[in-house]
Design a binder for this molecule. Structure first.
Ligand SMILES: [Zn+2]
Ligand SMILES: [Zn+2]
Length: 365
């Protein structure tokens, strides 16, 4: 590190109002490290915050997906969280939340529910170490964040979404216990959905993907979906339930995974799953949006509902390994379709919100 070195970060001053701020790059404290951000993606939840729709977060530093390089290591940091040696210049992926290991949730082994998950992220950016989010030139990785080296054969653009969507569905598949020979129905074929298809296929499951956007359906096939239910052909919940049952010997899928973010998909999903099956809720993350639900039907069908928020941090390692092993097999590089320099962050957010681009990536170098 050069003394007096400065970096820039994106600050959300008010809904839809971003500005670039400039701060001195801090030296990492014991157990921490400072990364140079190579790429940071615009994710749905970033847009949510940018639009002022987050229940509590209205301003602050932005960004959580990233891939970067080690810039400086704090005292005591010699390896990543898998024990692999770590040195300046190494490419890394990092959990975007903290795991304090001391709170009530962490003490029960539920690291994904850590009560201090966003302790640093919500700090005002003028407070050192400033770089607590990923839309910037640098990123301060605190001692309670799990960091892993990115396998050499995984390019930056592919590694950049490992710490969000892919890790979450790897965790979700384990929570549901997706097993070889089972049928999984996946509602939504965006970034989460395509990741879920790849994860479930690798576990030996048969996959039915539901979406209505042509390029997503095409991508679903490329990621290995065995069957497609096109929303344009099956317009009503009843039509989709009928179609999925027809594809599953008139029973329903063993597992359902909701990654559409549409509240009504929750009620529908319970009926896409067979009696005694499991239903994983991932996409709906905004409290306050309700949908009619039939609890009697749930009881009669004895479907287990398994919500999944964030992920246990070691799933990031698993996600990176999965990318490394399947890099030539699935079109992972097609997940990101638009690169922007940091200065064009506003354009990246606007074009993502208007869906002119599917997945924007800020490229810092
Ligand atoms: Zn994300
Ligand atoms: Zn905790």
């Amino acid at each position: 590190m050069v003394p007096g070195e400065r970096g820039r970060l994106v600050y959300l001053a008010a809904p839809r109002q971003v500005e670039l701020m400039d701060f001195e790059v801090p030296r990492p404290g014991p157990g921490a490290l400072v990364a140079i951000v190579s790429r940071a993606n615009v994710c749905g939840s970033d847009l949510h915050i940018w639009n002022g729709l987050h229940p509590t977060v209205k301003r602050g530093a932005m960004g959580h997906e990233m891939v970067g390089r080690v810039h400086a290591l704090g005292e005591g940091v010699e390896t990543d969280f898998a024990g692999q040696p770590l040195a300046p210049g190494d490419r890394i992926s990092v959990t975007y939340f903290q795991n304090c290991r001391k709170c009530r949730a962490c003490r029960r082994g539920q690291f994904n529910l850590c009560e201090n998950a966003y302790r640093h992220w919500v700090q005002p950016p003028e407070r050192p170490p400033h770089f607590n989010a990923t839309f910037g030139t640098h990123y301060y990785v605190h001692p309670d964040q799990y960091v892993y080296r990115v396998p050499d054969n995984v390019p930056d653009a592919v590694a950049s979404f490992a710490n969000c969507a892919l890790s979450q569905v790897c965790y979700g598949a384990d929570v549901a216990g997706v097993a070889a020979g089972e049928t999984v129905v996946i509602q939504g074929a965006g970034g989460l959905g395509l990741s879920a298809i790849a994860v479930c296929k690798r576990r030996g499951a048969r996959v039915i993907a539901i979406d209505g956007v042509p390029y997503r359906l095409e991508a679903a096939r490329a990621f290995g979906a065995d069957e497609i239910v096109d929303l344009r052909a099956a317009e009503t919940p009843a039509a989709r339930i009928k179609r999925v049952r027809a594809l599953t010997d008139d029973w329903g899928a063993d597992v359902g995974i909701e990654v559409s973010g549409v509240p009504a998909a929750f009620s529908e999903g319970v009926e896409l799953v067979r009696p005694g099956g499991r239903f994983v809720s991932i996409g709906n993350i905004s409290p306050g949006q309700t949908t009619p639900f039939d609890p009697g039907l749930l009881t009669r069908r004895q479907v287990q509902i398994l919500p999944v928020i964030r992920y246990q941090p070691w799933y990031l390692y698993q996600a990176l390994q999965l990318l490394s092993e399947t890099i030539g097999r699935y079109p992972w590089d097609a997940m990101i379709d638009a690169d922007f320099p940091l200065d064009a962050v506003e354009e990246a957010l606007q074009k993502s919100a208007s869906r002119e681009v599917r997945r924007a990536s800020l490229v810092m170098g």
